[in-house]
Design a binder for this molecule. Sequence first.
Ligand SMILES: [Zn+2]
Length: 393
Amino acid sequence: MTLRQIGAAAAIAVGRRTALHHLAVGVGAPPAAVRTGKDVAAGPAPERSAATPAAGGAGAASPATATPATAGGRAPTPPAARSASGTSNSRTPSRPTSAPGPDRMMRRRMTAAVAASLLCLAPATAGCTKEPPASGFVPRLGTPAAADRYGARLLEQRRLVQKAAEDLNAYVVLPYRVTVLARSCAGEGTGYDPATRTIELCYDDLAQDRDLFTRGHPLAPDAPPDASPGGAPEAPGAPSAGSAARTGDEVADQIADQVADQVAEVVRETLYHEAGHALAEVRHLRFDDDRAEEDAADRFARLMLLREGPEGEHALLTAARAYDLAAAADPAPDPTDEHAPDAVRAESHRCAVYGAAPARHPDLATPSRATCPTAWPPARDTWTHALDPLLRR
Ligand SMILES: [Zn+2]
């Protein structure tokens, strides 16, 4: 395909995406999120719920039936006057739209750069001449720009894209290929592009999360007090007071190692969120609005991680901490952002973790999370019901 053809294809893709999006909006009655009035009063705005499988029967529950965004523990940062510098995509100075955690937007357009990057990528497991599988989640690693080496290296070393694709393929059988593409995005932002059926994970997102976690690390020079209300996981081998005797380089190395673990966990949550968008498209799920779809994608990420047990629970709590840090860095949510505010997403993650395994997380037990153990199973089951035809038996 020539570049001119790619450009034309991209233009068509934009139109298809718009049509798809319009079809999806405004259909389906949102089930009520399980959330008490007290929670609403005490905490951030609840996640909304709205998705209804288009082909679902009368008993089809919505995959958007929410894990309640119950507020517990420390109160979230209250909204403040919004920064005048904010844009429709910006989120926080440290974690803008291109950051992997808060932003998992449906991409609005396909750029020529994206199309070109699809021409010849180094596939995650073979040379770029290999024909990709016709169906399933297919990992691809694009050649990183010089500035994106941190993210590219971490993804490659830990096989994060490959493993996410493998886990997704072990769970569902797709009727077509969804490419999971890691690439240099020049700040465009991670997202799912339904026109090309591509999950695009931006390398620079990892560097931004690295910076976020590094600044929030307990040993960082200007580390703020722990901003994580209950349940923020300690990085493995978290430093003790004795660590002060170590050299600066040793401490820096320890911070870097722990932060890399955290970034890797956020990547997994991000990829599963985007996979939620892809699967919603496969199943023709309908949503009342963009926010409802984003909430449902978040719940799919929770589903995938919580299926793993303690390891996935840890990853989800790490993602919650990333949202906490982002919210602390910019406590003024962007009113044009279709995602729930960072503080809400963080609390929803924690609620799901606690709800899925309350006995493993007594530290997460707060009065406002009392409903989480009864709220998570139906949230999980509505997704699995919607995915039933795809589930690998
Ligand atoms: Zn999203």
